[in-house]
Design a protein around this ligand. Structure first.
Ligand code: SF4
Ligand code: SF4
Length: 288
């Protein structure tokens, strides 16, 4: 089962929830993989402190045109959705940083004069996290414009391992990196905070998840002090609330020291057991 933990807005506690769920599942003796797909700013490792056992550079292909055989017919330019290969002034030019490595131009070229070269987009690290979960994360190369190809590679490497439960930490927002992360999961858990900003972005994230036809539910983090605003918002938007995690100074202190709240504040363990059970049950029901 693949559970993605996402949020429209950054800073809602998505990674805290995802890491605590992975730890909770491990405490139950489950076979868990934690997959940090937030490749631009991965930070789950700060909580899970994985023992990294393998580091590998990740590369993606980009087109290399043999100018001596290119007729400047423009077929590659026409098929590329990202303007990563264009024909101008009778010359074919490529822009590797914009290439999504789809391979379309190679297939379209009637002269078969496009081959692939590789460029480094980041690093993949695998290991074993605190509590015993398998751990995979990707680190986008500084200056790299596109994170989606790296996310795809990170997921490919993760799926090569077989685990019963996968907790995926999604990037924030609702754009391509998030969709690349959540699209093949069984359930999307949306983490929000009870503020107008948090709820606005929760609405956007919920629309995205619905467009992908994925089952979803909400965790309201740092709940309280909003006169029921977040609960009303979820009711009005037909979003099931899985749990509310109350504002707790001890949790904030644990977070600030890079400690897992479920370890540092044992009384929080029960709420994560409830969330895990509810999410798995909802995902199974949705799959029927
Ligand atoms: S591989 Fe795909 S994205 Fe890259 S240049 Fe060719 S058509 Fe464009
Ligand atoms: S499709 Fe091939 S031959 Fe045509 S412009 Fe592109 S690289 Fe050149």
């Amino acid at each position: 089962m693949k559970i993605a933990v996402a949020s429209g807005k950054g800073g809602t506690g998505k990674t805290t929830v995802a890491t605590c769920l992975a730890w909770t599942a491990r405490q139950q003796g489950r076979d868990v993989l934690y997959l940090d797909c937030d490749v631009e700013e991965p930070n789950a490792h700060l909580f899970l402190k994985p023992d990294i056992t393998e580091t590998r550079k990740l590369t993606i292909p980009f087109p290399d045109v043999d100018e001596s055989r290119c007729t400047a017919c423009g077929e590659c330019d026409r098929i590329c959705q990202f303007s990563a290969i264009i024909v101008m002034g009778g010359k074919c030019m490529t822009f590797p940083d914009m290439c999504h490595a789809c391979g379309g131009c190679m297939l379209a070229c009637p002269e078969k004069c496009i081959t692939e070269k590789q460029r480094e987009v980041g690093v993949l690290e695998t290991g074993v996290a605190l509590g015993g979960a398998a751990f995979v994360h990707g680190l986008l190369r500084v200056g790299e414009a596109l994170s989606v190809p790296l996310i795809r590679e990170v997921k490919k490497a993760a799926w090569a391992q077989a685990h019963d439960l996968v907790i995926m930490d999604s990037p924030p927002g609702t754009s391509c990196p998030v969709i690349a992360t959540v699209r093949d999961c069984d359930y999307v858990l949306l983490v929000t905070e009870p503020t107008p900003f948090g709820l606005h972005d929760l609405g956007l994230a919920a629309d995205m998840v619905r467009a992908l036809k994925l089952p979803t539910g909400v965790v309201i983090n740092r709940a309280g002090g909003d006169d029921g605003l977040a609960l009303r918002f979820c009711r009005e938007h037909d979003l099931p609330v899985i749990a509310e995690i109350p504002e707790d100074r001890k949790v904030a202190q644990a977070y600030s020291r890079g400690l897992l709240p479920v370890e540092a504040v044992p009384e929080t363990q029960q709420v994560f057991q409830v969330i895990l059970a509810a999410v798995e049950s909802a995902a199974k029901e949705a799959a029927l």
